[in-house]
Design a protein around this ligand. Structure first.
Ligand code: F6P
Length: 359
C-alpha cells in the first residue's frame, strides 16, 4: 500500500460527536501509515489564499477530544460555492476556486462530514474536480436517508429530554402548560424522540397537520383527569395552522426557523385558559459533550470512512444499519431524505401512549 494523504472537513451546522469522528479518522489513517490534513472551516477554508488547513497528528487526539462538543476544524453552513453571495449583493460561482483549493492540498481523497445539503455541494465539487469523496453523515435533525442514525442526533435528543425533565416540576408547581420548541429543519425526529422520552402530552411535528382545537382538547383531557400541568414539544419547522412558516431574519440576512412555540403559546392560552410558558432550546441541542452513542457512531463511521478510501470506494457515505456500519451511494442518501415515518414505530408508540399529535 502506498502512503496516502487524505483530507477531512466538517461542513454545515456543528453538532456533538464531530471531534470523535475526526479523531477516529486521524487514528485509523495513522495506523495505515497515512497523513491526514484537516481543512479549516469547511469549504470556506479552501476559498482563502492560501487554502487554510493543518496536518492532524494522533498525539493531539487523545480521548479528551472525543468529549468535546463542536468541531476543532470549524465549519460553515452558509454560502453555496456554486452561487456564492458576494459582499455587493451579487452571486458568483466560486466552485472553481474551491476545486483549486482541494488540488493545492495534494490529497488522494477527502472525507466530508456533513448533512444532505453539504453532501449535495461536496458531490458536485467532487464531480467537477475529479476528487475522491467519502461522506460521514452528521446532523442533529437525523434526516439523511439510508442511515438509521447520524452523528449528533442522540445528543440533541438527550438534551431535549433533559429539558423536559427540568420543565416538568416547574410546570407542576405552577399549574402551567409548558411548550418546548426544539430544532429540526425540516423533520420532526428530535421532537418525536424527546417527546416520548420526556413524557410529553402533545408532540407537534411538520409532518402532521394539527389544529389548536385538538391541542386544547388534549389539555382539557389532561386537566379533567386531575393533572394540573401539561408538556408540549413543538418542532421549530411546524407551520401555523394556515401553513405559514415562522422564521427569524438575522443581521446577515439569513433566515432560520424560530417562534412557533410563542405563536402557539398565545393561542393555547386563549383557547384553554391555561397559563403557558415557552422554552426555545436552540443551539443548546448542538453544543454539549456527545453521548456515548454519538461517540460510538462517530468512531465506527470514522474508521469505516478511512477503510473505504483504502478499498478505493469513492462517492460513498458510511451509514448505520442493523447494528452495523455499512456504506451507501452518497446520491442515494441525498435522494432518500428521511422525514418522520407516520406509520413507523415511534409515532405509533406515541399514539398508543395517548400522546396527541394535535391531529
Ligand atoms: O440543520 C441543523 C440545524 O441545527 C437545524 O436544526 C436548525 O434549524 C439550523 O441548523 C440552525 O442553523 P444556524 O446554526 O445557522 O442557526
Amino acid at each position: 500500500m502506498t502512503k496516502k494523504r487524505i483530507g477531512i472537513l466538517t461542513s454545515g451546522g456543528d453538532c456533538a460527536g464531530l471531534n470523535a469522528a475526526i479523531r477516529a479518522v486521524v487514528h485509523r489513517s495513522d495506523l495505515l501509515g497515512w497523513e491526514t490534513v484537516g481543512i479549516i472551516d469547511g469549504t470556506a477554508g479552501l476559498l482563502r489564499d492560501p487554502p487554510e488547513y493543518r496536518i492532524l497528528t494522533p498525539n493531539e487526539f487523545d480521548g479528551n477530544i472525543m468529549r468535546m462538543g463542536g468541531t476543532i476544524l470549524g465549519t460553515t453552513n452558509k454560502g453555496n460555492p456554486f452561487a456564492f453571495p458576494m459582499a455587493d449583493g451579487s452571486v458568483k460561482d466560486l466552485s472553481g476556486r474551491i476545486v483549486e483549493g482541494f488540488k493545492a492540498l495534494n490529497v488522494d481523497a477527502v472525507i466530508g462530514i456533513g448533512g444532505d445539503g453539504s453532501f449535495a455541494i461536496l458531490k458536485k465539487l467532487a464531480q467537477k474536480g475529479g476528487i475522491n469523496l467519502v461522506g460521514i453523515p452528521k446532523t442533529i435533525d437525523n434526516d439523511i436517508g439510508m442511515t438509521e442514525s447520524s452523528i449528533g442526533f442522540d445528543t440533541a435528543v438527550s438534551v431535549a429530554t433533559e429539558a423536559l425533565d427540568r420543565l416538568q416540576p416547574t410546570a407542576a408547581s405552577h399549574d402551567r402548560v409548558m411548550i418546548l420548541e426544539v430544532m429540526g429543519r425540516d423533520a420532526g425526529h428530535i421532537a418525536v424522540s424527546a417527546g416520548i422520552s420526556g413524557g410529553a402530552d402533545v408532540i407537534l411535528i411538520p409532518e402532521i397537520p394539527y389544529s389548536v382545537e385538538h391541542i386544547s382538547a388534549k389539555i382539557k383531557q389532561v386537566k379533567d383527569s386531575g393533572r394540573n400541568f401539561a408538556l408540549i414539544v413543538v418542532s421549530e419547522a411546524v407551520k401555523t395552522p394556515k401553513g405559514e412558516k415562522i422564521e427569524l431574519t438575522y443581521s446577515d440576512g439569513e433566515k432560520r426557523y424560530g417562534g412557533i412555540g410563542h405563536y402557539l403559546s398565545q393561542r393555547i392560552a386563549e383557547s384553554t385558559g391555561s397559563e403557558t410558558r415557552v422554552t426555545v432550546l436552540g443551539h443548546v441541542q448542538r453544543g454539549s459533550s456527545p453521548t456515548y452513542n454519538d461517540r460510538l457512531l462517530a468512531s465506527a463511521f470514522g474508521v469505516k470512512a478511512v477503510d473505504l478510501i483504502k478499498e478505493g470506494k469513492f462517492g460513498r457515505m458510511v451509514a448505520w444499519s442493523n447494528r452495523q456500519v455499512i456504506d451507501v451511494a452518497i446520491e442515494d442518501a441525498i435522494a432518500a431524505y428521511q422525514e418522520v415515518d407516520l406509520n413507523g414505530t415511534l409515532v405509533q408508540t406515541a399514539r398508543a401512549l395517548g400522546i396527541s399529535f394535535g391531529d
